[in-house]
Design a protein around this ligand. Structure first.
Ligand code: MHF
Ligand code: KIV
Ligand code: MG
Length: 270
């Protein structure tokens, strides 16, 4: 049983209020009902069914092979396992890089599975699609900076927004997404000063991963923060399992560290 049994699910409006109040938003990726319940009980505000599941659950080398059916399946499990967190589902590769109409059609099974928000990688070039969805009742989370579905174009999982021109482009992306109706924006692997500038520039919450503590909230891949992922970790990953007696305690430690802004520290930033 969830300790939040009598609480309603958070909405995008609740997260907007948190930014306005200066309260940090704690988000984690989640892919199944058991972890969803643990995250809910630990006070995680939002659960992201990320296409990172292609790497941490399926063993692929990128997120590109993940299908819409995969994300819908895991979204339904997370929705059944949790009561309070806002549920966000990634639109996997190929499902949003199409017309606005087809993107809407592709969002349908994710909302049917229990997602309240769909996340779409890209900035200015996705604004028309974001406006199409948000004007038809589908909340959207943007995702800019390091966008893993473009890994072959980016030439690897590299820090983004390092030049003045790239930083200006990223700010324009954030403004375009906000103007198109996006409810929040994930900022991935960008310099600390740029993350702060973007967070101050827009009214909607920013959720950082490798984007410093100046964001409105943080997200990590669950398997990374529990030290379950093999191989070399990105700089922004912290092992919250270290020194903890249980997975529940590790997730609670993550929530506490995001809330008091002690995570991420300088050692996790670019
Ligand atoms: N397990 C997992 N965790 C993630 O955070 C994650 C996924 N999978 N899959 C999709 C993408 C890929 N991500 C990654 C993967 C590696 C780095 C990384 O190692 N970056 C270098 C940057 C080097 C540079 O440009 O200077 C680093 O050292 O942090 C970053 C993001 C984030 N996402
Ligand atoms: C890392 C987050 C932002 C993500 O998109 C994912 O898990 O797929
Ligand atoms: Mg993703």
């Amino acid at each position: 049983m969830s300790v939040h049994a009598d609480t309603r699910r958070l909405t995008t409006a609740d997260l907007a209020k948190m930014k306005a109040a200066g309260d940090k938003i704690a988000m984690l990726t989640c892919y199944d009902a058991s972890f969803a319940r643990l995250c809910d009980d630990a006070g995680v505000d939002s659960l992201l069914i990320g296409d990172s599941l292609g790497m941490v659950l399926q063993g692929h080398e990128s997120t590109l092979p993940v299908t819409l059916a995969d994300i819908a399946y895991h979204t339904a499990a997370v929705a059944r396992g949790s009561k309070r967190p806002l549920i966000i589902a990634d639109m996997p590769f190929g499902t949003s890089q199409v017309t606005p109409e087809d993107t809407f059609r592709n969002a349908v099974p994710l909302l049917a599975a229990g997602a309240q928000v769909v996340k779409i990688e890209g900035g200015v070039e996705m604004a028309e699609t974001v406006r199409f969805l948000t004007s038809r009742g589908v909340p959207v989370c943007g995702h800019i900076g390091l966008t893993p579905q473009s890994v072959h174009q980016l030439g690897g999982y590299r820090v983004q927004g390092k030049t003045d021109a790239a930083a200006e482009k990223l700010k324009a992306d954030a403004l375009a997404l906000q103007d198109a109706g996006a409810s929040l924006i994930v900022l991935e692997a960008i310099p600390e000063a740029l993350a702060q500038a973007v967070t101050d520039l827009i009214a909607i919450p920013t959720i950082g991963i490798g984007a410093s503590a100046h964001c409105s909230g943080q997200v990590l891949v669950l398997h990374d923060m529990l030290d379950l992922s093999p191989g070399k970790k990105a700089r922004f990953v912290k092992n919250f399992m270290a020194g903890q007696p249980s997975v529940a305690a590790a997730i609670a430690a993550y929530v506490a560290a995001v809330k008091d802004a002690s995570f991420p520290g300088p050692e996790h930033c670019y």
